[in-house]
Design a protein around this ligand. Structure first.
Ligand code: UDP
Ligand code: MG
Length: 316
């Protein structure tokens, strides 16, 4: 038996069918380790809570946090990390796309001195070429905007050391974007590859809208470069307008007529579009500031058994 505690955090949103299978595989994998599993029920509308109640009664190493409504994947991860007691904390999805059998390899890397071990899918998992391509472009743009490398395909399957978990716990923001935080945070990091499997049951909770929201949140929480584009675009268009004005004056001075209003209408419409886009970008940031100053918590827990007296590491 090792003398450290591993916490495994599993965000669950309508994952009733997957939880028992995941727990079985986890138990087999983590045999011989001292561990706790925290299931975070993110406002599920299927029997996830009933399943959690049953499994947590049977095994004192399993605890749970149930949210008052659906707060989202990132909030569920933060809640689990906030409440984890382990020396290291592993976050893994409930749908078995990420194999729990990789966890011992992550632990070895942690024992070798790495504070963050991110698991990256080597087969990218995405069956759709378009989704794969957009995701690859997105990570490139995001890494460039953020000025630091954001691990591509590192979809929140990672191990973090206690000290990193303490930092995450102290970050009080309603709109958390963990991938951005982990790329900004520094510390000794390692990457491990795994083969992504198909979802065991149910379907993805990330609709196109959810994905776009996560993508936009990712950009606005990691970088303020989009705001600087407004300045750069303003300078560029001012320069073009000035040059065109100068050109018109010279033409009139030379006795030539400057052609028509169509170009004026086109440029006014184009610039209105650019201005509205810039306003939209500024609006995104202001909206974010507004939400932050209201100091709303990232999640609300309606039910938990996490303050139970003890975790019995020897139980099997
Ligand atoms: N999830 C969650 N809240 C949500 C959406 C998802 O807790 O609002 C959980 C979900 O149950 C799963 C993990 O986050 O354990 C990843 O979600 P999903 O498998 O739907 O994402 P994908 O793998 O398709 O990117
Ligand atoms: Mg999944």
């Amino acid at each position: 038996m090792n003398d450290f505690l591993i916490s495994v955090v599993v965000p669950c949103y309508n994952e009733a069918e997957n939880i028992p299978v995941l727990l079985n595989r986890m138990k087999n994998t983590l045999e011989g380790y001292c561990y706790e599993i925290i299931l975070v029920n993110d406002g599920s509308t299927d029997p996830t809570q009933q399943v959690i109640d049953i499994v947590s009664l049977k095994d004192s190493r399993i605890s749970y946090l149930s949210f008052s409504k659906n707060f989202g994947h990132q909030a569920a991860l933060k809640a689990g990390i906030d409440h984890a007691k382990g020396n290291c904390i592993v976050t893994i999805d409930a749908d078995l796309q990420k194999p729990p059998e990789v966890i011992p390899e992550m632990i070895v890397l942690w024992q070798e001195g790495n504070d963050i071990v991110t698991a990256v899918s080597k087969n990218q998992g995405q069956p759709l070429v378009l989704k794969r391509w957009t995701s690859s472009v997105y990570y490139k743009v995001l890494s460039w905007l953020a000025d630091h490398q954001i691990v591509k395909n590192g979809a929140d399957f990672r191990l973090i050391d206690r000290k990193v978990a303490d930092i995450i716990r102290d970050i009080k923001t309603e709109n958390l974007y963990l991938r951005g935080i982990f790329s900004w945070i520094g510390y000794k990091q390692a990457i491990i590859c795994y083969k992504e499997e198909g979802r065991h049951a149910g379907r993805t909770k990330y609709s196109l809208i959810n994905m776009l929201n996560l993508a936009s949140n990712g950009i606005t929480s990691t970088s303020i470069k989009p705001l600087r584009f407004a300045l750069a675009a303003g300078l560029f268009f001012a320069f073009v307008a000035f040059s065109y004005g100068l050109y018109s004056i010279i033409m009139v001075w030379l006795g030539k007529t400057v052609p028509g209003w169509a170009s004026v209408v086109a440029s006014v419409m184009f610039l209105s579009g650019v201005q509205l886009m810039v306003l939209g970008v500024i609006g995104e940031y202001i909206g974010k500031i507004y939400r932050e100053v209201t100091h709303r918590p990232a999640y609300l827990v309606s039910k938990t058994n996490i303050f139970r007296p003890s975790v019995n590491p020897k139980e099997n």
